[in-house]
Write a protein that binds this ligand. Sequence first.
Ligand code: GLN
Length: 484
Amino acid sequence: MTVSTAADWREGLDAGDLSSEALVRASFDRMRRLDGRLHAILAMDEDRSLQLARRADARLRAGERSPVLGLPIVFKDNLHWSGLQVSCGSRILAGYQAPYDATVVERLLAAGAVPVAKANLDEFAMGSSGEYSAFGSTRNPWDTDRVPGGSSSGSVVAVSAGYAPLALGSDTGGSVRLPASFCNVTALRPTYGVLSRYGLTAMASSLDQVGPIAATAADIALTLGAMAGRDPRDSTSVDLPGMDRLAPLRPGNLRGLRIGLPVEYFGDGLEPGVRDLLDAALQVFAAQGAEIREVSLPHTRYAIDTYYLLCTSEVSSNLSRFDGVRFGHRAAAGSLPEMIAETRDQGLGMEVKRRILLGAFCLSRGYYDAFYLKALKARTLIAEDFRRAFESVDILATPVSPGIAFPFGAKTDDPLAMYLADAFTVTAPLAGIPCLSMPAGFTAGLPAGIQLIGPAFSDVMLLETAHAFQSLTRHHLETPSLSA
Ligand code: GLN
């Protein structure tokens, strides 16, 4: 079967052949039918979604036209949509109701998108497999014995399994791109600042970005246009150049496009099957006149260490707010310090605790200079590598992950092995630059993606380049059979 894209639905809605209500009903039918097996969804409110769909239909009948009007969308459960839970996949926030809308949610609602569900995730977005949710693992629709990738596991599976054409995840070090690669969908991590973080539960604030997920780059462009731009409630937010080129997105011109292959990303750790898919994808670019050359990003080998030092440091600070005092779970215990300790012990999972401990250690006196400060310096060197590379190429192409989706339990006993799945996705976030993952084909029956990385604010160019690739290939149209 091939996928129905948001762009297809868009045409149907605008022509009056489809209604938003019918699309939203179909979303709920599909979730009811499949989610017992896939476990991508944590919460939904069908009546509310149907009401929003009927409102979108009224706007359509009144002649309004806009890119996301009437389209179903799923939100990762660390994004605030008021009235529904925002659990962050953690027991400490089980059942906690969002008191307000995230800016990206508010903007999508204003543009007429129809949220249909909150999606499962690794606890507080920490993880690479979808196995660290306190509410159970999400399964990969291509092989339900394998992980979907994380941490935006549920959002990606929602698109891959056809629950909704659009979803939002968050990406701190790869969390939309890695699962996109494992589940054959497209996902963008925008330039840091392009999407407001207001209402996205903070994990590592200097790295967190909201990331749109869809079957195609053209569909991602629909959502990005509705969400991007400066938000006074997030001082790091900025306007996105080239917004006017997003809808409709046109395929980029590949002739003369200088594509760099960072040699450090093509070493021994890369599975041969994935390597073959990348070579085939690069031939598609080359056949259209792109110039492909090797480049070097020499500090890549420090990226995992740098990322995990900075990320855990910020995590230890950001998550101190979950203390049982203001929101979420509160343990019944004697004194205030006992209550806080007990609440955190009961409410937080293993991986989250590990990061809080590591981060608190990095930031403590005597270790701050050796770890945190050193990591900040390494971060600058990594960003410098990219800046230098973009003096001679327009875009970089790399694997998304060294391998394909792995079986459940394969890495849960070995945190370092889990962290290494992120070797190719943590680098661009450290530099704040945009990157995307898109389907490159199948090896051993499972999908793998190719990552494109561009200079800061080249988001639209990245999407145009991906769109050109997707106009020439069909990998992104393949959907899992999900029978039996
Ligand atoms: N897998 C990475 C981590 O565990 C990235 C997570 C993310 O991007 N939210 O930190």
